[in-house]
Design a binder for this molecule. Structure first.
Ligand SMILES: [Zn+2]
Length: 184
């Protein structure tokens, strides 16, 4: 297989290798392995679009797992459920304007922010938060949040028989204890 080697600056014969790295994240070190290419001529290892360097992303996820932090996708799907923009969600939690945007694109969240988000994922937490922040929020934001709360409240808890049936449906239960029940 041939690929342009960024060091030879020419199309060269390459092989796919398994790259094992230790990535430091906030004082801890995580071993991750990713695929990369190695130029058979100069032996340089490099990434391409097809073999991207996802080592840091992987290490960040290991850090999140170890510290029980929400994943960027979980924050994003929570926000989508609420039908809020990144700025609106930041405002609701009293975070800086670009905070949620940073978290969704992979920055590791503060533990206190993570705790706040998990709290907000519960009906009681979100109700309290809404009451506290109401003055600062637009009517549209408030309405969307109220709709979310109503939907959570009145979602039917499926019976055992329905549960068995719903196994084939996709019920997302993540480690936050925040649960999306199938809509029956
Ligand atoms: Zn080369």
């Amino acid at each position: 297989m041939k690929e342009i080697c960024p060091y030879c600056m020419d199309k060269k014969e390459v092989k796919v290798i398994e790259l094992k790295e230790k990535i430091p994240v906030k004082g801890s070190s995580f071993s991750v392995s990713t695929k990369a290419l190695e130029c058979r001529t100069c032996k340089t290892k490099f990434s391409t679009k097809k073999y991207p360097n996802v080592a840091i992303e992987k290490a960040f996820n290991l850090y999140r797992e170890k510290n029980c932090l929400l994943l960027p996708e979980q924050i994003k799907s929570f926000r989508k459920e609420l039908k809020l923009t990144q700025g609106e969600l930041s405002k609701l939690f009293g975070f800086g304007g670009v905070t949620i945007s940073r978290y969704e694109s992979g920055a590791i969240q503060e533990k206190s922010h993570d705790n706040a988000l998990r709290m907000g994922m519960t009906i009681d937490g979100m109700t309290t938060l809404l009451n506290q922040m109401k003055q600062l929020l637009s009517d549209k934001t408030i309405k969307n949040i109220e709709t979310w709360i109503m939907e959570k409240k009145y979602i039917r808890i499926p019976s055992l028989k329905e549960k068995a049936k719903s196994v084939v449906q996709k019920s997302i239960i993540d480690f936050s204890g925040y649960k999306t029940l199938p809509r029956l």
